[in-house]
Design a protein around this ligand. Structure first.
Ligand code: CS2
Length: 494
């Protein structure tokens, strides 16, 4: 027993790898022998559960594509992983759950504390690719354009050599490379935004134009911003995972992560510098990914957000719980089949029915506890790309939008409930939303009109009379938003 206790206190590290039990899969290469070829902005759980795993598969044969993970503001990831030589454990949650140690992140930086080191990496000729998972809010967009009133952008435009935002860093790095006569890196967005590469390119160009017109021209001509679609359900780390990992590894991992076994990465094959042979490790290289990203965002993520807000009002805790509620599960299945799929142009050859069935099966995965509260974060950023864009397309096609408005109305009730209970929202618009919600009275006309003032969320739909009427009806149908009232609304809507 004494031996076990002292082992349990050991930290995961390169040295500890040799002593891990054989049931735990380890990197098939010497992490110390790899070289950094990618800078990744935003090495949170999703990146570490998804892209870093594809690279971990690749490094054995292609050792010059290791990752430098850069957090823009928080020191948490660096402080957790640096003492572990960048190693961390991934739990794959399926019928047979497996633990795997990932070694592809070889350097961790926090830009706020080490800006010079980040800029030096971006200017390193061995870095040929910059990838990003900074979530919707990290793009600092207002609609399709760069939000030049965003405090980080205001700062970066005034001091472009000491940026705060991801856009500021991307452009500062490109500027340095141009000055040094180096080829630019490709910029690959891996966030849940339709046309993510195009949006990022537009924002970067708008930023560059304001600081240096020649640089903007160079970026426009020389830099590729391919789009990509990423998919893997990644529930946040909890104590149960930490304990399981510690007991199976026999050593401490400060920040293990977990995800379902399913994973998909579709990448537009348009790079301006060398790229890793992603196709060798299961990613799909494509010349046109538009369609894949829309289908995934609007079907999977649209359904997820619907479950999150409706399910939270029903006092349910996880996606699994929500899928066990026949009325809610039935509503979401119909929403995808009858309201979302017919309103989008699906990629050629995609069987919508099979795709939807597979998503519902993933949501029912009994090995996963994916909290609705996690999915409910950042609603103001997620709803426009996940559901409101489908509503706009459905209106253009003259289709009914009543079912699509129910989750939007549920979000409003959810925001209202959190404000009335004094629970802070996890959302960049938290303050605006809370003061708006506190002033609501429960009257559908007044409340919906107040929410529709939020241009950042509702433009360009806010003035559409059909949308206003359908949203008011959905808001009224949810009544006082108790579980019983939500259940009745779910039944009545279709
Ligand atoms: C989820 C996504 O948290 C959320 O908003 O909808 O993280 C979802 O699990 C992934 O996009 C699946 O690929």
């Amino acid at each position: 027993m004494a031996g076990m206790q002292s082992q349990a206190a050991t930290r995961l590290s390169l040295q500890a790898l040799a002593n891990l039990p054989s049931s735990v899969r380890k990197p098939a290469y010497e992490p110390a022998d790899t070289r950094i070829g990618i800078v990744h902005l935003g090495p949170g759980a999703f990146h570490r559960a998804h892209q870093a795993v594809y690279l971990d598969d690749l490094l054995a044969d292609h050792p010059d594509w290791a990752i430098c993970g850069v957090s823009l503001h928080s020191t948490d990831v660096r402080n957790a992983l640096q003492p572990q030589d960048g190693l961390y454990t991934l739990a794959l949650l399926g019928e047979q759950s497996q633990l795997r140690v990932i070694g592809s992140i070889r350097e961790l930086l926090c830009a706020r504390e080490e800006p010079a080191a980040v800029l030096a990496r971006l200017a390193d000729p061995a870095v040929r690719l910059v990838t990003l998972t900074i979530t919707e809010k990290g793009y600092c967009l207002a609609g399709q354009d760069l939000d030049v009133s965003h405090p980080d952008i205001v700062h970066d435009l005034a001091s472009p050599s000491t940026p705060h935002s991801a856009i500021g860093y991307l452009v500062a790095g490109l500027r340095a490379r141009r000055q040094l006569g180096l080829a630019p890196y490709t910029v690959l967005s891996c966030d849940n935004l339709a046309d993510n590469g195009h949006r990022l390119r537009r924002a970067a160009l708008q930023f560059a134009q304001r600081i240096d017109a020649d640089l903007a021209e160079w970026i426009e001509a020389e830099v590729a911003f391919p789009c990509s679609m990423v998919d893997s359900i990644t529930p946040a780390t909890d104590d149960a995972l930490r304990e399981r990992v510690q007991s199976e590894l026999g050593c401490v991992d400060a920040w293990p992560i977990q995800r379902e076994t399913y994973t998909q990465w579709v990448i537009e094959d348009r790079f301006c510098n060398e790229r890793p042979p992603f196709e060798c490790v299961g990613a799909t290289m494509s010349h046109d990914i538009a369609g894949y990203d829309r289908a995934k965002l609007r079907l999977l993520n649209g359904a997820h957000s619907s479950l999150a807000y409706l399910g939270s009002l029903m006092d349910l805790e996880t996606v699994g719980d929500a899928m066990s509620e026949p009325r809610l599960a039935g509503f979401v299945g119909r929403l995808m089949r009858e309201s979302i799929a017919p309103a989008i142009a699906l990629p050629e050859g995609m069987d919508a029915g099979a795709y939807i069935d597979a998503i519902l099966e993933r949501f029912r995965n009994p090995s996963i506890r994916h909290r609705l509260s996690q999915i409910a974060w950042d609603g103001s950023q997620k709803l426009p790309v996940r559901l409101l864009s489908t509503i706009a397309d459905a209106l253009a096609l003259g289709r009914s939008i009543a079912p699509l408005c129910l989750p939007i109305a549920a979000w409003m009730h959810f925001v209202r409930r959190q404000a009335r209970n004094g629970v802070a929202l996890v959302d960049p618009l938290n303050e605006v939303l809370s003061s708006l919600a506190v002033a609501t009275t429960g009257d559908p006309d007044g409340d919906v009109a107040a929410f529709l003032q939020l241009d950042a969320v509702f433009a360009p739909l806010s003035a559409d009379k059909r949308f206003m009427a359908a949203l008011r009806a959905a808001y009224a149908a949810l009544g006082n938003a108790t579980p019983a009232a939500v259940t009745s609304a779910l039944v009545a809507v279709h």
